[in-house]
Design a protein around this ligand. Structure first.
Ligand code: RAM
Length: 341
């Protein structure tokens, strides 16, 4: 409700305009930028490479860094395992990168490496998936965790008549963002949806094939399953692909968090009714401007600090050194063609 109410007609128009920006593709230089000539060097470190969501968010980061005349790089592991990001953090610190922008694979496993990088003068911005708040300088949150949980529970409830067995197909078991959303979804279900029973939570590790196989196994293990929530763009796309050619198409509901480009065909062929997300490009763009503000000393991460984020306008740091991008947005067949990311 809160989410729907907040979308006033005017805000919805602005949101569509903002979400409708076309991503310009990923960039995987494979090397960190080096500080030189006084340019601000910003390196993006996603959970893993090869995920269209991070291709889009990091392209937004690159657009911002280009705009303010800095040096951009993207590095990252192939798999989203807890400590896979550690060597990349160490290398960036050794190279004297001014700021690292990280979507954390684990809330704690990368904190030691982050501490070493901070001692070497690198500012640490998390975005998308946070670490423990005490080990980074700032977290750029795509939307409130409560809002992200609620929109997914609301959508599945609508799609299954607010009753029956559901399961969650998540990303990696240690992912800070998915785990926070899952906890809140459980609370929402318990409080407002007594007839929906969450029977299983499985992990596809943000790997397409693993997510596809886990979907098949879920349907096998729970013959009465009425719906799946997948709070990961990789998981929901793989689950949709599985459902679309199976006997469950149109019978087992699927919602969660997806990119319009990956989900379009499944919305059009009737596999999926609706799903949610934010604009990953804006998220990366905002994170890059926040990194620049930290490096310049315009902000320190203190509550109330204000900084400018180019075309997105001015942002204020909230509690726990967190900056909020906006609200999640629901995509369905009536609007999906407006979005190109
Ligand atoms: C995947 C990643 C990312 C998450 C989105 C929704 O791309 O797990 O961290 O925010 O899904």
């Amino acid at each position: 409700m809160k989410f729907q109410n907040r979308l006033s007609a005017l805000a919805a128009v602005a949101l569509v305009a903002s979400l409708g920006l076309t991503a310009c593709g990923g960039n995987s230089d494979g090397a960190s930028g080096s500080s030189g000539g006084g340019k601000t060097t910003v390196t993006f470190l996603p959970k893993n490479l090869g995920n269209p969501y991070f291709d889009t968010s990091d392209a937004g980061g690159k657009a911002a860094v280009d705009e303010f005349g800095g040096t951009y790089a993207e590095v990252g592991p192939d798999t989203a395992t807890p400590d896979a990001q550690v060597p990349f953090i160490n290398t960036a610190a050794q190279q004297g990168v001014d700021a690292l922008v990280i979507s954390a694979d684990d809330p704690k496993a990368i904190c030691n490496a982050i501490g070493t990088a901070q001692s070497a003068g690198t500012k640490i911005v998390t975005f998308d998936s946070d670490t423990s708040p005490d080990c980074r300088d700032l977290f750029i949150n795509q939307a409130t965790a409560e809002g992200i949980a609620k929109v997914q529970v609301d959508e599945i409830a609508k799609q299954i008549g607010d009753s029956g067995e559901i399961a969650i197909l998540s990303a990696a078991a240690n992912a800070t963002n998915q785990n926070a959303w899952i906890e809140l979804m459980k609370k929402d279900l318990a409080a407002d949806h007594p007839n929906i029973k969450l029977v299983d939570t499985v992990y596809g590790n943000d790997d397409d094939q693993t997510s596809f196989d886990k979907t098949a196994a879920l349907l096998q293990a729970h013959p009465d399953l009425k719906g799946i929530i997948s709070p990961t763009t990789v998981g929901i796309a793989a689950a949709a692909r599985y459902l679309s050619t199976s006997e469950y198409k149109g019978k087992v509901a699927l919602t969660g968090l997806g990119t319009p480009n990956q989900m379009r065909e499944y919305v059009k062929d009737g596999t999926v009714t609706s799903f949610a997300l934010w604009n990953p490009e804006d998220l990366g763009y905002l994170a890059a401007y926040a990194a620049k503000a930290l490096v310049d000393g315009t902000i320190t991460g203190k509550e109330g600090d204000k900084f400018d984020a180019g075309k997105l306008g001015s942002f204020t740091v909230g509690a726990d050194a967190t900056v909020l991008l906006g609200d999640p947005y629901v995509f369905d067949k009536s609007n999906i063609d407006k979005f190109k990311f």
